[in-house]
Design a protein around this ligand. Structure first.
Ligand code: PEP
Length: 244
């Protein structure tokens, strides 16, 4: 269960969040919990989560170890401060920052080089779904962003299916719609990397996941977890999702 705070919260807010959140998930079992705050809050989040079993991730990284790349942060730096995960290719980054499939591959490789688990987002926009092109879009993203990886690299990747029309809109995909997309993605993994890789890969659903819809989504066979935006900002609601 991963939370994406996007561009919300200060370090003081981050301390307050974890003070409230940690006791609420202290008994959570059989679940990996990840919070991905903005870069400015990573230090606070990592300090707060020490020895708690809660992992911290970034929301983006740049490939390369260091260099003249003003405004960017490398996997090397994220590893050095104690990050364990990084979100790659969130639809907001694809839309506002023009991230392309070759960028996605470079970022995944950079994450893996520095021991970070990439959470790689794929998903169709509303017009693409309405035109009946969902599988075509998912296939293009898979073929361009994930299929070029070596099998050993792919084995360390988490995929997040996030239909863009469901992000921040309150319109959750029905469990059936989400399951169909997850099954399609798992099928692509099986074609490229084999049945064992397809069975092992974790595919998270993201798009208006809330405490009241998580249980139904999670009951689908191919939905292995959730990537949660808005509802991860509140300790009680994210804890309710973790503890579903
Ligand atoms: C997200 O940003 O990854 C997301 C799924 O947002 P929300 O849960 O707010 O729809």
């Amino acid at each position: 269960m991963a939370g994406n705070w996007k561009m919300y919260k200060t370090p003081a807010d981050t301390h307050a969040f974890f003070e409230a959140f940690k006791p609420l998930v202290a008994d959570a079992k059989n679940v990996d919990i990840v919070l991905c705050p903005p870069f400015a809050d990573l230090h606070a989040a990592i300090t707060e989560t020490a020895n708690s079993g809660i992992a911290v991730g970034a929301q983006n990284l740049y490939w390369g170890k260091e260099g003249a790349v003003t405004g960017e942060v490398s996997g090397h730096m994220l590893q050095a401060i104690g990050c364990q995960y990084v979100i790659i290719a969130h639809s907001e980054r694809r839309q506002y920052f023009g991230e392309s499939e070759p960028d996605v591959v470079r970022k995944i490789e950079a994450a893996l080089e520095y021991g970070l688990t990439p959470i790689v987002c794929v998903g169709e926009r509303l017009e693409e779904r309405e035109e009946g092109r969902t599988e075509e879009v998912l296939a293009t993203m898979f073929d361009g962003g994930l299929a070029p990886l070596a099998a050993e690299q792919f084995a360390k990747v988490v995929i997040a299916y996030e239909p863009v029309w469901a992000i921040g809109t309150g319109k959750t995909a029905t469990p059936e719609i989400a399951e169909a997309a997850h099954r399609f993605i798992r099928g692509k993994v099986a074609e490229k990397f084999g049945a064992d890789a397809a069975a092992a890969v974790r595919i998270l659903y993201g798009g208006s996941v809330k405490p009241d819809n998580v249980t139904k989504l999670m009951s689908e066979e191919d939905i292995d977890g959730a990537l949660v935006g808005g509802a991860s900002l509140d300790p009680k609601s994210f804890a309710a999702i973790v503890n579903f």
